[in-house]
Write a protein that binds this ligand. Structure first.
Ligand code: UT7
Length: 320
């Protein structure tokens, strides 16, 4: 028994912010952003909230799958930017869609979150505990980025993507996940600090900080490594893989990974130009876009791979 994606959905806020819009409020330019990252515009929340975006993507995925919300056994929301400390965003989605029979919880693995969530639900399916699940990757990083730090804020956008999964005979073939907490400080966002009434302090709210070059080096080394391992352990040749669906972080990261794997860049689908880096949402968002464009046919082998804060990384080989 394995795990098959039977429906996908996505949501992005209506508010589109172009590079030129950003150049009006900070010292940057369309030329710098496009040539360094491949991003032209991103969707930025006007207050939609993580749970709302996640629920909208979920509704679309359920509709495509032809699955009723009450049939769901489990809902996993991968996010680093929930609206509340508690209840979890997954519980809010559960309430919004009426999935009264599901267990719901959030999972924090930043940009690797969707893959970690997919692999976690897969484990429940393999052990026979659950049969029908909803996995959502959603982030509203616009509330976590430091808008005075042009080195990071121009990279990110908000959005959500979702997949309904079912225990089935075909689907996930193999998976890899990893973490390296020691390298955590290269990409972090400190939560509310412990100052309070008793310590006579005011809680501080942190913003995202990133050592861009370290993250870049990590991504272009780790992603090809994990894809090679996945291919080796499944005995699948890289030429059998129709698409390498990667976390949408940076066009130059794609170029470098494609070169290292010696695979043509056109097998790496991209929508980073229109969405920027939407963190946990990026993989399900592009999966949904491709799915709705009819890019996947039954039996296609695809690899999805992600990397991000933690540091974390993961890859999954699946048959559509
Ligand atoms: O999900 C994972 C998320 N993280 C990533 O994907 C990050 C991966 N890293 C990268 O993609 C790249 O490191 C960046 C795109 C973030 C930065 O590119 P870079 O080539 O590493 O640039 P840099 O940080 O070395 O900066 C080069 C110059 C600096 O100016 P000086 O010191 O050479 O005069 C920066 O101040 O570019 C300047 N700069 C900018 N200029 C205009 C940095 N950000 C901007 C900006 N607009 N937005």
């Amino acid at each position: 028994m394995t795990t098959r994606i039977i429906g996908t959905g996505s949501y992005a806020p209506e508010n589109r912010v172009t590079n030129d819009d950003l150049a009006k409020i900070m010292e940057t330019s369309d030329e710098w952003i496009r040539t360094r990252t491949g991003i032209s515009e991103r969707h930025i929340s006007s207050g939609e909230g993580t749970s709302f975006m996640a629920a909208e993507a979920a509704k679309q995925a359920l509709e495509m799958a032809g699955v009723k919300a009450e049939e769901l056994d489990i809902i996993l929301l991968a996010t680093s930017s929930p609206d509340k400390c508690f209840p979890s965003g997954a519980c809010e989605v559960q309430a919004a869609i009426g999935a009264k029979n599901a267990v719901a919880f959030d999972l924090s693995a930043a940009c690797s979150g969707f893959i970690f969530a997919l692999n976690t639900v897969h484990s429940f399916f393999k052990s026979g505990i659950y049969k029908t699940g909803l996995i959502i990757g959603c982030d509203e990083l616009s509330k976590l980025v430091d808008w005075s730090d042009r080195r990071t804020c121009v990279l990110f956008g908000d959005g959500a993507g979702a997949a309904v999964v079912k225990a089935d005979e075909t689907g996930i073939k193999h998976l890899i996940m990893g973490s390296d907490g020691v390298k955590g400080p290269v990409l972090e966002c400190v939560s509310r600090t412990t100052e309070n009434f008793l310590t006579k302090g005011h809680p501080q709210v942190g913003y995202m900080t990133m050592d861009g070059q370290e993250v870049f080096k990590f991504a272009v080394k780790k992603v090809p490594e994990c894809i090679r391992q996945l291919l080796e352990e499944t005995g699948v040749d890289k030429e059998e893989i129709k698409y390498f669906v990667l976390h949408q972080a940076n066009y130059r990261i794609f170029e470098s990974i494609a070169k290292r794997l010696d695979v043509s860049l056109d097998r790496f689908p991209m929508n980073i130009d229109r969405y920027g880096n939407t963190s946990g949402a990026s993989i399900p968002l592009i999966l949904d876009e491709m799915n709705r464009e009819g890019k996947f046919e039954k039996g296609d082998k695809i690899i999805i791979a992600g990397f991000g804060a933690g540091l974390t990384w993961g890859a999954t080989l699946m048959e559509w």
